[in-house]
Write a protein that binds this ligand. Sequence first.
Ligand code: PHE
Length: 458
Amino acid sequence: MATTPSSTDRGQWSGKLGFILAAAGSAIGLGNVWRFPTSTAQGGGGLFVFIYLFFVFSIGVPVILAELSLGRATKKNPVGAFAKLAPSSWWPAVGGLGVLTGFGILAFYAVIAGWTVGYLSQALTGAYGVPLSAEESGRIFTEMISSPGRAVFLTGAFMLLTIWVVRGGIAKGIERTTKILMPVLFALLILLALRAMTLPGGMEGVAFMFQPDFSELSAGVVLGALGQAFFSLSLGMGAMITYGSYFPDGENLPFSGVSVAIFDTLIAILAGLIIFPALFAAGGDIESSGPGLVFVVLPTVFGTLPAGGLLAIAFYALLAIAALTSTISLLEVVVSYFIDEKGWSRSKAAWTIGVACFVLAIPSALSNGAVPALANIFGTDWLTLNSIVWGNYSLSIGAFLTCIFVGWKWGMPKTFEVLQQGGHALPGKGALGMLIMVICPLAIVVTLAFIVITGNYL
Ligand code: PHE
């Protein structure tokens, strides 16, 4: 299992497929099923989706290849990777920002993940096979998350699960979980999307998702789409550096990276094709949608399906697992840092960081109903604020610095060499170099500059 003598607690994926599944496991999660529809609703629909798709392929793909190369070349955690390629410089701080961001994201992500477990337990008692209006469904949601004990308990339970898998190590823990369940999730999403789109009024939701209204264009919408592209692909904080560090020698890295981006995007679009048609069919309100959107809308679909109760159980179980393969990668980034750089054992790192993260997650767990003071901070709830700060700003800044490092400090020739390792073809080198060196950093800086100019921070 060990790949480098200095870090016996490291591991390696069993092969290309193992890697694709595990990296897709990191990428696919609540970012697709929860954050994408929520951000789309807040970003005005089609315009947001349009910009998001553009960013995934023009910026997300180059950045995923850049991060994977850094990991593959160094076989290190994000901090170690920068330190190895640029010793005695401040570059490792970029990895440090990534580790911090992973921690910050996990501390709100675990809360939503906890909600999925709450919904799963309700589905198991048969709550969702029955017809539900948007109002009734909204009431169930509010009831569930406004009990402080319950919200904190669910978050804690989810963190425990994450710690448990991360403690078990790379290949065994992560791959096995992902291998079987991702395809099943995909199939179930297709089924639900077909159902939602054929509900009366459902096609209005499809129109909302795909008809861009250019009058909605603002710096906030663009940053939201950019942040969402990074968030959904697990970029900008070193998760893909870490996963790339376990990439098997000789396998095709560019192919694997692009596959992950395509799968991830398909799942997000499918999730949107469930949520928006269902929301329009149920007569729900787009304007007032917050982090609860997906949780309120989905139960209205299950009630319209034969065996809807069983489908709800399968869906929430799969969603919880998709969330778990993402929380694993978030915790893994922080854990691999402490293993590699501080010499901690895997078990000590997983427990210490996992518990600390749980404690920091408590305010987010209480910010959607339990503690009113946490529901309105700078005009939004504490959880959404964290999602914006870590998800949009921190990831964008991290991705910007990664592009500058790879393009200008480490250099494209070395990057191409690593990408082609194993004798695999890399078409479009010129374009890729241009994107990593110029287009991506420029797009991020311009977006952030517009945010500052317009003062439209949230
Ligand atoms: N990409 C994950 C999701 O969509 C979230 C995530 C972000 C995971 C950043 C790791 C790093 O759910």
